[in-house]
Design a protein around this ligand. Structure first.
Ligand code: AMP
Length: 113
C-alpha cells in the first residue's frame, strides 16, 4: 500500500465518503466539491499521474471511466457530466495518486480555465 492521501483513504486510515469500491478502484466524494456532484474515482494501485501510465494500465483506465459512468447513472446525472484528469503542475494536479474527477449537477463551462 502506498503513502498518498488517497491510499490512506483506501486503507481506511482516514475517513472519506465512499460510494463505490471493487478490487481495482474506489470512488468517494471530493472533500472540496466544485459542483453539486464531485466524485473521485481512484485506482487502488498508487500510480502517480497520467504521465506514469503505461500500456499495462489500459484496462484499469477503461475501468475508471466505466466506473464513473456507473456512478453518474446511480447519482441520476441524466443530463450530463464532466470527467477530468489533471496531470502535473500545469494540469493543476495536487494529489500525486491518479484519479478521475466526476463533476455534475450543474452546466459546465468551457474553457475550464
Ligand atoms: P487534483 O487537483 O486533480 O490533484 O485533485 C485532487 C482532489 O483531491 C481535489 O479536488 C481535492 O479537493 C481532493 N482531496 C484532497 N484531499 C481529499 C480528501 N481527504 N478527501 C477527499 N478529497 C480530497
Amino acid at each position: 500500500m502506498g503513502t498518498s492521501i488517497f491510499s490512506r483513504i483506501i486503507a481506511r486510515d482516514i475517513p472519506a465518503d465512499i460510494l463505490y469500491e471493487d478490487e481495482h478502484v474506489v470512488a468517494f466524494h471530493d472533500i472540496a466539491p466544485q459542483a453539486p456532484v464531485h466524485v473521485l474515482i481512484v485506482p487502488r494501485e498508487e500510480i502517480s499521474s497520467i504521465a506514469a501510465l503505461n500500456h499495462g494500465h489500459q484496462n484499469l483506465v477503461g475501468h475508471m471511466v466505466l466506473t464513473a459512468q456507473q456512478v453518474a447513472r446511480d447519482l441520476g446525472l441524466d443530463s450530463g457530466y464532466r470527467l477530468v484528469m489533471n496531470c502535473g503542475d500545469d494540469g493543476g494536479q495536487t494529489v500525486w495518486h491518479l484519479h478521475l474527477h466526476l463533476l455534475g449537477g450543474r452546466p459546465m463551462h468551457w474553457p475550464p480555465g
